[in-house]
Design a protein around this ligand. Structure first.
Ligand SMILES: Cc1cc2nc3c(=O)[nH]c(=O)nc-3n(C[C@H](O)[C@H](O)[C@H](O)COP(=O)(O)O)c2cc1C
Length: 192
């Protein structure tokens, strides 16, 4: 069997992003579990705000096509997103919206979302840790017909969540991350 490939997508471009840091911690756990991990930055896939006229005139932008193909080349996807005003940031929503418009030849609509499981995580300095944004993201991905695994991680008080070695230090966070990583690997293997 070929190596299990996991794509990790941080939903923030900010330098010092809590979510990019959590994405790095999750990537390490996936690699420890034997998966081949690709961690991207959405700064390498810049996209205009979705506009139907733009799509009609110029088609789907190449960065959306490239990202969709990158997703297709992986067996599972983790999205690690900030929470903005109790929901999903425009960067993440806009990226999903564009990718959902990509349909390669002989593919059915949403095939890239149906073909592999998704995991979702959030990091925030608040006590709720981005829980509300995860509910919104789960709904969006479900609308794209994705399987979103039940285990998720909402990392509270993200600024104080790590030790000097950049590892999560609270047992509940470590357990939640480990459970999510194990479940995404398990479901990805079953959907391969
Ligand atoms: C427009 C905006 C709205 C925000 N709304 C929320 C919110 O509803 N809940 C929350 O926990 N944090 C909220 N925050 C704080 C972000 O979670 C915080 O800036 C976080 O560090 C962003 O993620 P990053 O560190 O990965 O860039 C908001 C920040 C911005 C800029």
């Amino acid at each position: 069997m070929s190596a299990l490939k996991i794509l990790v997508i941080p939903g923030s471009l900010r330098s010092g992003s809590h979510n990019a840091r959590l994405a790095a911690a999750a990537s390490y756990q996936f690699a420890q579990a034997g998966a081949e991990v690709t961690r991207i930055s959405l700064s390498d896939f810049p996209l205009p705000i979705y506009d139907g006229d733009l799509q009609s005139k110029s088609g789907v932008p190449k960065h959306a096509i490239n990202l969709k193909r990158m997703m297709s080349a992986h067996h599972g996807v983790l999205i690690v997103t900030p929470e903005y005003n109790s929901s999903v940031p425009p960067l993440v929503k806009n990226t999903i919206d564009w990718v959902s418009r990509v349909q390669d030849v002989h593919e059915t609509r949403y095939q890239v979302f149906r073909g592999r499981p998704f995991a979702i995580a959030a990091a925030s300095e608040s006590r709720l840790g981005g829980t509300r944004c995860l509910a919104a993201l789960r709904l969006i991905l479900s609308a794209c017909q994705a399987t979103v695994i039940p285990n998720q991680l909402a990392l509270s008080f993200a600024g104080e969540a790590y030790d000097d070695m950049d590892r999560l230090k609270h047992p509940a966070d470590i357990e939640a991350l480990g459970a999510m990583v194990r479940q995404l690997i398990d479901v990805s293997q079953r959907m391969m």
